[in-house]
Write a protein that binds this ligand. Sequence first.
Ligand SMILES: Cc1cc2nc3c(=O)[nH]c(=O)nc-3n(C[C@H](O)[C@H](O)[C@H](O)COP(=O)(O)OP(=O)(O)OC[C@H]3O[C@@H](n4cnc5c(N)ncnc54)[C@H](O)[C@@H]3O)c2cc1C
Length: 331
Amino acid sequence: MIWVLAECDNNGPKAITLEALGAGRLLADPLNLKLCLILVGSNTSACAKNLMRKADRVYSLEDPLLFTYTNEAYNAALAAFLGRQEVRALITPGTSTGRDLGPLLSVSLGMPYSQNTVGLGVSEGAVHIRRRLYGGKLIETVTPATGKGGVIISIMPGAFEEAKDRGTDGEAARAEVVEGLLREEALRIRVKGFAREAAGMDLIEARVIVAGGRGVGSAEGFRLLEGLAALLGGTVGASRSAVDAGWMPHAAQVGQTGKTVAPRLYIACGISGAPQHLAGMTGARHIVAINKDPGAPIFKVADIGIVGDLHTLIPMLIEELKKTKATPIAR
Ligand SMILES: Cc1cc2nc3c(=O)[nH]c(=O)nc-3n(C[C@H](O)[C@H](O)[C@H](O)COP(=O)(O)OP(=O)(O)OC[C@H]3O[C@@H](n4cnc5c(N)ncnc54)[C@H](O)[C@@H]3O)c2cc1C
């Protein structure tokens, strides 16, 4: 079976869960295997309901101790369950949770792991995985030597089409947590609470990102970017220089040591285009760069490049967008 690990929030399934299901279908159909979705948590019914038409079978692995994500509890519960199933491939979303859990499950289940996956295919019964290396400078295709076991694949956000409806509901199935496996007193990681670092939309889910770098000049300068992002229905990201300067929180950082994003539109403002920044954003469908230096490397990856001062250009853009009554770019 081809398994997909779901990720949901209070609004329902995250877009990357649908992309992971789309990726799973690329393996399940040619291999003639069932596409099984697995939801983990303490109450997964609302999210499961939203996804019934996207998979052949939808499993809920529930336990009160799975209410909040910890790699320790999720790994233990999933490894015990999947260890008793037939797994040709398990696809995890390329989010911080998916990337945290994937390698752990790989060790627990003794399966190879591939991250940054951007393509999947099957030929002569073998799974082929295309994945990005060195921040996107190389794409390699690998065929995992799985023997009897499977492979764990973490996908890049935005790399796969979202799964289509099957037309009918998939089968609902329960996945039991082995009795006594999770005991509160035995868990070494306990979540005491959450502190929201930054208001705003999740960068990985955002369809429009207006990102700023050192050229923005100050924390106040980012208010201008917020105005543009709000008009386009997007959110604000930042380069590491802007984060290091304390203008934006680390949660907003895009790049090698920040988030990997794949919005429909990425507007880079006052960002030079260092390889470590490009590593996180070249998956965007359209890239617009605003920079006063015509030789800035960001222009090499931009679909549209605007040479000029962002403090003059962004207010002009905002004015024009207001005149055209631009509608926010939907998912
Ligand atoms: C191990 C490692 C990991 C890293 N990880 C990351 C990462 O995850 N993300 C990341 O972003 N960086 C990362 N970096 C840092 C990276 O190498 C660059 O230093 C950083 O991306 C530069 O940020 P910047 O483009 O904002 O600043 P700069 O390189 O200083 O560029 C500022 C740009 O703004 C332009 N500009 C200035 N004023 C204006 C204006 N008024 N209008 C328009 N344009 C203007 C300039 O022409 C310039 O091109 C990492 C570095 C290392 C070594």
